[in-house]
Write a protein that binds this ligand. Structure first.
Ligand code: ADP
Ligand code: ZN
Ligand code: ZN
Length: 802
């Protein structure tokens, strides 16, 4: 096995094959599947992943691997295999698939460090000259000293050193000094009696340490006991305590959690968990769809399923939408499973993510709770995969590889023969239809654990408000109900589906609106900076005083952004305190958590926010939820607009009255007769499903057909149009009559970042019906994509049609 099959980091399709490289003798023991190497490629040296070893190659005069980048595999064999499946499934480059599974640190500029794991004296002699008493030193020092890789590998295998990756510049892996007792407890107690009054400080330190269960940070000791370093040093010299250097994981969730125990399940919960437990015990794969209304106790079912998995010695992945990966959510897992839990979400810095990933990689944890990419957690003994809020769009990745975490979960579930549980109060039509057909196993929770009814949903017709002469954005009903809450010192959540101060600027004289020059979308007025901003390309410019078209000064912002609603609210409810949560107020790290904590501590009467407040939150004191304008979502150019609105309305209502106090919901809309609004008000998922399925059937949308979207863009408008016509020609020629092609058309956003965008959509039933045609398209455009400015992407199961 002296030949490595390598996926090289050159994402062009012509090179998207495996390349054979000779493994030099001194790397024989190191090179194995799952490590990265540096190889010659043309005139360059590039990175590649070793995915296989072999002893024979059909090529002669193989080039030789120059160097290894890892000394231990960073990918498991399952993940290597999965990367091939991803490549095929999403038509991405194998290298992108491999990289998608790893934390960003492996793509960033990083350096390697050597960490001693034992006494320096145990290292080979020539190493001591390099380490020179340092517990951590740059890997480069080994290279400079010409230490052979095989020797490095041996030290790793014997547990003498570890190699760690450090992001350049910031986020260094942190070490700190810890204090621990050197002697056993009885011996220390005995020594304690020997201390004189002069050494009171030393006495106190020892006494305090006896009460600690684990080594304590020196700093913490000093702070708690108000002592300097010198008594600690004295104790160390007397051989009573040890000072040790330990890694401190950057812990973004460093609060300690009160431990919780499993709750006795309700009958309904027991009925839905039994089949899942059965699969766990029998090591059997099935996909379960857990359809349970909010508050029906789905999370408790997840927790107890995971417990069974851990008891079996296996591992669990829990996916939660980024947005509901709140401290409250994390707490429920940490308080049940303690330090066995790693948390992965995009709020973490590159270094923090690497820390969490490393805990998984080293098997220091057994449960990972995370956003989409946590589906690639490098566990090798998976016992369950849970996807909470399975209907959320965030599970689909919009960049290459354009994978859906649900599909990856099914792949891994089958590989490990473990159950996959998809949970939601409002499952996607696709999933529910599969459950109806028996492809998934349907589990239903129809009652809330506390037996409370879902809150009453009050639909207010805003057209009538206007006719009544109410020109504010708050109906009389909403105002009355908010006032009542403020009086009773209860809390209110208000949802608005927009961000910024106002959505767009319009001239009342001539109707001119201000569009982004690059994106053809309305620019948004941001009051704090008095600027107009484009939400697609971030372009900005000053707010004009007069209309650029007719020079009238009647140019105003229209629409209702959160900031504007906040002002109107404050005016309407002078004594209320308001917390606004949107992309603007939560962009700084930790802001999200801080605002939610404030609200939970009842520091405000009203929480006003965008979708991000609709999910996962659980506040005891909230008894009213208001939706300012339900129409905003209903009229998006997207076949899922109704489904998304239904989901949002259902979810936001779930925020009210989850505890002893009963809750109410007020939904303001200009189209109260829309079936989505009516059925959401009745919490009637079944009827909505049936009704919406008719629409999908009539127009040939999922789940009746699959969709694939081909997006094209070019900075030159003529070239973009021309390319889109050629795509349509090839598809028209090569697609059979079992499929239907739509387009080519302009994308809803014709221009983004100076690129003109066109699209073609295909509706199909069998993947093989589109495969040949799509690969012909890709081949046809390959050269233009490499040499010209053309971008062409293929998106299966698209979620974003803009
Ligand atoms: P869901 O995830 O379906 O919205 P949760 O799991 O959050 O529901 O449960 C709602 C509330 O009911 C939570 O406060 C939870 O602690 C509580 N709960 C869940 N199961 C039980 C049970 N078997 N006994 C008592 N309380 C429960
Ligand atoms: Zn723009
Ligand atoms: Zn004008």
């Amino acid at each position: 096995m002296n030949i490595a099959k390598v996926v090289v980091d050159v994402p062009v399709s012509a090179t998207d094959a495996l390349f054979d490289y000779q493994i030099p003798d001194d790397l024989q023991t190191i090179v194995e599947p799952g490590i990265r190497v540096i190889v010659p490629f043309g005139p360059r040296q590039i990175m590649g992943f070793v995915v296989d070893l072999t002893s024979e190659s059909e090529f002669e005069n193989l080039k030789v691997i120059q160097q290894v980048m890892d000394y231990k595999p960073i990918l498991t064999s399952e993940l290597i295999q999965l990367s091939r499946w991803l490549q095929h499934e999403t038509l991405c480059f194998r290298i992108s698939a491999l990289q998608a599974m790893l934390p960003a640190v492996f793509k960033a500029k990083y350096s390697k460090e050597v960490w001693l794991q034992t006494e320096e004296t145990l290292l080979p002699e020539n190493w001591r000259a390099i380490s020179q008493g340092r517990e951590v030193f740059p890997f480069q020092d080994l290279i400079d000293a010409k230490i052979p890789d095989s020797q490095i590998r041996r030290q790793i295998e014997e547990g003498l050193i570890e190699i760690n990756y450090v992001v350049k510049g910031k986020n260094r892996v942190k070490k700190d000094t810890y204090v621990e007792l050197a002697l056993s407890e009885p011996d220390t107690l005995e020594k304690l009696t020997e201390f004189t009054n002069q050494a009171k400080k030393q006495h106190d330190i020892l006494e305090w340490l006896l009460d600690q269960e684990q080594p304590v940070r020196l700093k913490q000791l000093q702070e708690t006991l108000s002592v300097t370093r010198s008594p600690v040093k004295s104790l160390e010299q007397k051989g009573l305590l040890n000072l040790v250097q330990k890694e401190i994981y950057r812990n973004p969730h460093s609060r300690s959690f009160e431990a919780t125990e499993s709750l006795p399940l309700t009958d309904q919960q027991q009925n839905v968990i039994d089949p899942v437990l059965n699969n766990i015990h029998e090591t059997k794969h099935d996909v379960f769809l857990l359809h349970g209304i909010t508050g029906s106790g789905k999370t408790e079912v997840y927790l107890q399923s995971i417990e069974a998995v851990l008891n079996k010695g296996e591992e669990a992945i829990v996916l939660v939408p980024e947005i509901s990966l709140t401290p409250q959510m994390v707490e429920r897992f940490k308080s049940r499973f303690g330090d066995d839990v790693a948390v992965l979400h995009s709020g973490l810095s590159t270094g923090e993510k690497y820390d969490e990933w490393r805990k998984i990689h080293r098997r220091e944890v057994k449960v990972v709770v995370g956003a989409r990419s946590a589906i690639f957690a490098p566990f090798d003994n998976l016992g369950i995969i849970i996807i909470d809020e399975e209907h959320e769009n965030t599970y689909k990745q919009e960049d290459y590889p354009k994978y859906h975490a649900r599909e990856v979960a099914k792949y891994r579930g089958e590989f490990h023969q473990c159950p996959v549980v998809l949970g939601s109060a409002t499952p996607t039509l696709e999933s529910y239809a599969r459950a109806q057909k028996g492809v998934y196993r349907l589990l239903e929770l129809t009652e809330r654990v506390n037996q409370q009814a879902m809150p009453e949903m009050d639909i207010v017709d805003m057209r009538e408000e206007l006719a009544k002469g109410n020109r504010t954005m708050f109906s009389d009903t909403l105002v009355d109900k908010i006032n009542a809450r403020i009086e009773r010192r209860e809390q209110v959540v208000l949802l608005l589906n927009r961000r910024g101060y106002a959505t767009f600027v319009m001239c009342r004289e001539c109707g001119e609106t201000i569009q982004c020059e690059h994106c053809d979308i309305s620019m948004t007025y941001h009051r704090t900076q008095n600027k107009l901003k484009c939400h697609y390309c971030s372009d900005e410019r000053p707010m004009p005083n007069i209309c650029p078209s007719c020079e009238s000064d009647a140019i105003r912002f229209f629409g209702t952004g959160t900031q504007k609603v906040e002002e109107a609210l404050q005016e309407q409810f002078q004594n209320a305190s308001i917390i606004r949560m949107d992309v603007d107020t939560t962009s700084r790290k930790g802001a999200h958590e801080r605002l939610l904590n404030q609200f939970a501590n009842r520091e405000a009467d009203i929480l006003l926010g965008t979708q991000m407040i609709a999910k996962g939150l659980d506040f005891e004191n909230v008894t009213l939820v208001g939706v300012i304008a339900a129409d905003a979502l209903l009229h998006l150019p997207d076949f899922r607009a109704a489904e998304k609105s239904f989901q949002l309305l259902t979810q936001v209502s779930g925020r009210a009255g989850r505890h002893e106090l009963t809750g109410e919901v007020v939904v303001q809309t200009y189209t109260p007769e829309h079936y989505t609004v009516e059925m959401a008000a009745d919490y009637d998922y079944q009827s909505f499903y049936l009704r919406e399925m008719q629409v999908r059937k009539r127009f040939g949308y999922p789940p009746y057909y699959y969709l694939v979207l081909i997006n094209l863009s070019h900075t030159n408008h003529v070239k973009a149009v021309d390319a889109s016509k050629r795509v349509a020609q090839i598809l028209g020629r090569d697609l059979g009559d079992t499929t239907e092609m739509l387009g080519p058309t302009q994308s809803p956003m014709l221009r983004i970042k100076d690129r003109y965008r066109y699209q073609c959509m295909i509706k199909y039933r069998e993947r093989e019906d589109v495969e040949a045609a799509l690969s012909n398209v890709l081949n046809h455009f390959q050269k233009e994509m490499n040499q010209d400015d053309l971008q062409l992407t293929v998106d299966f199961e698209p979620y974003n049609f803009m």
